[in-house]
Design a protein around this ligand. Structure first.
Ligand code: RB5
Length: 150
């Protein structure tokens, strides 16, 4: 993406998502982005929350600009990630939702289903996500209301 700045992107996956995660790592590097890969790197069964939490910490610390999680469906990873205050993780299957997740929700993480979508769809989703800026304004007010009790 010629108009997309270079970012550091944290990646985390379970056994249902590691193949797509590895494809995304290669794609990101080819696009000029830096990658922090928190695994997993095999089909051996692991627990998706463990990978979600370590990847979220990289985003929350500022070490990474964005994070991408991949499990079988994308669902479990998104549940775990969105328990972290400050993480807004969008579970999406197509680029329009990825664009709106950035424009309206200032999402800082994506969650993808490694068993649900193919590599080309995932590349389109991530390219759209990284190329889209938050619109601010009324959306910032709404984001401030997401945390209960604030
Ligand atoms: C693992 O079998 C699977 O449950 C996991 O990858 C994910 O889809 C959970 O939401």
């Amino acid at each position: 993406m010629t108009n997309t700045p270079s970012f550091t992107v944290a990646l985390g996956a379970d056994h249902g998502g590691f193949r797509l995660k590895n494809a995304l790592a290669d794609w990101l590097r080819a696009q000029g982005h830096a990658v922090r890969d928190f695994g997993t790197n095999s089909a051996d069964s692991v627990d998706y929350p463990d990978l979600a939490h370590v990847t979220c910490k990289s985003v929350l610390s500022g070490e990474s600009n964005f994070g991408v999680l991949v499990c079988g469906t994308g669902l479990g990873m998104s549940y775990a990630a969105n328990r972290h205050p400050g993480i807004r993780c969008a579970m999406v299957n197509e680029p329009t939702s990825a664009r709106l997740a950035r424009q309206h929700n200032d999402a800082n993480m994506l969650s993808l289903g490694g068993r649900m979508i193919g590599e080309e769809a995932a590349f389109d989703i991530l390219a759209t996500f990284l190329a889209t800026e938050f619109e601010g304004g009324r959306h910032a007010r709404r984001i401030a209301k997401i945390e209960p009790g604030v």
